[in-house]
Design a protein around this ligand. Structure first.
Ligand code: GAR
Length: 205
């Protein structure tokens, strides 16, 4: 893939938008070589849309994935960044962002050390399972649920957390740093893809 100085990214989010805010801060401070061309949500009332509007960014509330895909294509988006987007993307949507190297140019952040605790409420699942270490994963999206090639992971201790809220607060702080850091090398194209154990493996330079 040709190296672009600035990638066009669209952020999809369903709710609060704290990861969106962290990414937007990294873009504004010049730490992330990206232009945020759209913030889209499947929920009209999602707080992330107001947060994005207040930064002067283009927003869209659109549930229909083929309509959303049409907009993303017209904006010539390079990477789609999922930041708390709680919908499963269709096969057509994912293949529209296929990279010739075998992955999709759709990135997700998931609040667990995948493959542990896929799906919804992963911090709750970790908290209630009694594990001592929780974590965060950034991965490329494939057709499965939280199964795509893993780009980065970071763990954190939760054995001293008394409440789920403590776990979430600790996790979100990790997410915000890890997502901006990982997107940085993804957008700069500073990684290689290998196969390991029958699965794609993403390795930053
Ligand atoms: C984050 O914890 C993110 O990892 C999670 O939703 C939250 C969104 O918070 N995503 C998933 O669970 C995806 N399956 P935010 O709206 O404040 O960024």
């Amino acid at each position: 893939m040709e190296l672009k100085p600035i990638s066009k990214i669209a952020i999809l989010a369903s709710g609060r938008g704290s990861n969106f805010e962290a990414i937007a801060s990294a873009v504004i401070s010049g730490d992330l070589p990206a232009e945020i061309v759209l913030i889209a949500s499947d929920k009209q009332e999602a707080p992330v849309l107001e947060k994005a509007k207040s930064k002067g960014l283009r927003v869209l509330a659109e549930k229909d994935q083929s309509a959303l895909l049409g907009v993303l294509k017209s904006l010539q988006v390079d990477y789609v960044v999922l930041a708390g987007y709680m919908r499963i993307l269709s096969k057509d949507f994912i293949s529209a962002f296929a990279d010739p190297r075998g992955f999709s140019r759709i990135v997700n952040i998931h609040p667990s050390l995948l493959p542990a605790f896929p799906g919804l409420e992963s911090y709750r699942k970790a908290f209630e399972s009694g594990v001592k270490v929780a974590g965060v994963t950034v991965h490329f999206v494939d057709a499965g649920i939280d199964t795509g090639p893993i780009c980065a992971q970071e763990s954190f201790e939760i054995s001293d957390c008394k409440t789920l809220e403590e776990v979430e607060a600790r996790g979100l702080a990790v997410e915000h740093k890890l997502y901006a850091k990982t997107l940085n090398w993804i957008l700069r194209n500073e990684f290689k893809i290998n196969e390991r154990g029958g699965r794609l493996h993403v390795q930053p330079y």
